[in-house]
Design a binder for this molecule. Sequence first.
Ligand code: UFG
Length: 327
Amino acid sequence: MLNILVTGGAGYIGSHTSLRLLEAGNNIVVLDNLYSGYRWAVPKEAVFYEGDIHNRALVADIINKHDITAVVHFAGYIVVPESVSNPSKYYQNNVISSFELIDICIQQGVKHFVFSSSAAVYGIPSTTTVDETVEPNPINPYGRSKLITEWTLQDLGFAAGDEFEFVALRYFNVAGAYNGGMLGQATPEATHLIKVACEAACGKRDGMAIFGTDYDTSDGTCVRDYIHVEDLAEAHLDTLDYLSEGGQSTIVNCGYGRGFSVKEVVKTVKEVSGSDFSVSMETRRPGDPPQLIADNSKIKKVFNWQARFDDLETICRTAYEWEKNLT
Ligand code: UFG
């Protein structure tokens, strides 16, 4: 049983993970400024603080008051195109605020830190699947903001010696919703493919667009490795077990190791919803790599992680069911 601080625990992935960590018997404290999270998404058994991760006094207070030994850091902005048009927002929050958080955590004696990094750090990989040894080369400010925070952890963690270990989890494309129907992605003005397609299927928007049909992929649209949010939540539990058992700092991909094109995703959402919403073909969106698929050997080997929802239909169906009930 651990006392865990979850930043961004009112958000999409943070709330699913908080729930899973609670189910496993841990004490959870959530810190979230509710910028894109919701108070209702925080499990009722968790202690909740509304506030910012760069508020060092608040974070120090929480760590001491709740005897926090592990931090899972989700809080951050996540929209690739927005990072291209408004990079300052990403440097301010994802880079500077994360630095403040990591620094105060180490100062206050937090031992273990799990960071929500991203496959966006890879940029445009030259291999079909990408493993953690590939040199990162992000092509957008979002990816850079995640890489800089990985470096922050490496440098500050190195200086702290055995007192501090971290794991950066590089998420691929997270989607789907909790099977019980009580949690899912609620972000307004969504930009993520499956969420957008589900909104179109529910009639919440007048159709959708496919951005780019001239990529060098099987059908010309971008290919991504879509991972169900419940499998990703489980990966955090496995990560904390690894650290509790004395695991060293490391970086791990979170994906299934296979990809689907934008067209395949849209087709699947149409099938599970029974809605033939309109789809227009548009030009490429800036900052999009053609293909991103995880080599997931490491997460399976080092954490013994097992995927339970590696199925595009299940991912799209749970996302659609959630969207239908979301007002
Ligand atoms: N897409 C469309 N139409 C839409 C929305 C998206 O065609 O309405 C396309 C995009 O152009 C892209 C693909 O669908 O080719 C996936 O786009 P998303 O916006 O769903 O996701 P991204 O791949 O841009 O980024 C997501 C997360 C990042 C993460 C990355 C890892 O937002 O946090 O996956 O692969 F880093």
